[in-house]
Write a protein that binds this ligand. Structure first.
Ligand code: FES
Length: 130
């Protein structure tokens, strides 16, 4: 009788541990990605041709090049300093990395391009999400 009770207890423990492990794995792999938020709403005419409109506090720039508008993160992919924008490139004051105006690395130590932020056109406005 005692052997049966011990087997039963062990079985119940195994079922509980398996259920908790399964639940933990499901939770871990199904966690939702972080939500995007609206960073800015910008009138199209504020973005200069072949220039950039810099949002230093939110750390991104809206760039217009050859008729196209895009938003680049100004967070250096090396260690996260805020980049400076010139008419030719984006440069990092911390360790000297540079990026072209498309966000590709032109000089390290950074080794990853700058992320482009999501832009949505609404009439003559640009909505920037990040
Ligand atoms: S943080 Fe930009 S180069 Fe190091």
């Amino acid at each position: 009788m005692a052997g049966f009770s011990q087997k039963r207890r062990r079985f119940i423990q195994t079922v509980i541990v398996s259920a908790l492990s399964g639940w933990g794995l499901v939770k871990f792999f199904s966690s939702a990605p972080p939500q995007e938020s609206l960073l800015a709403t910008v009138e199209d005419q504020r973005i200069p041709e072949r220039g950039a409109l810099v949002f230093r506090q939110q750390r991104f720039a809206l760039i217009r090049e050859r008729g196209q508008v895009y938003a680049l993160s100004l967070v250096c992919t090396h260690l996260g300093c805020t980049l400076s924008v010139t008419s030719r490139e984006l440069s990092c004051p911390c360790h000297g990395s540079t990026f072209d105006r498309q966000g590709q690395v032109t000089r390290g130590p950074a080794d990853r391009p700058l992320p482009h932020l999501r832009l949505v056109r609404q009439d003559d406005l640009w909505l920037v999400y990040g």
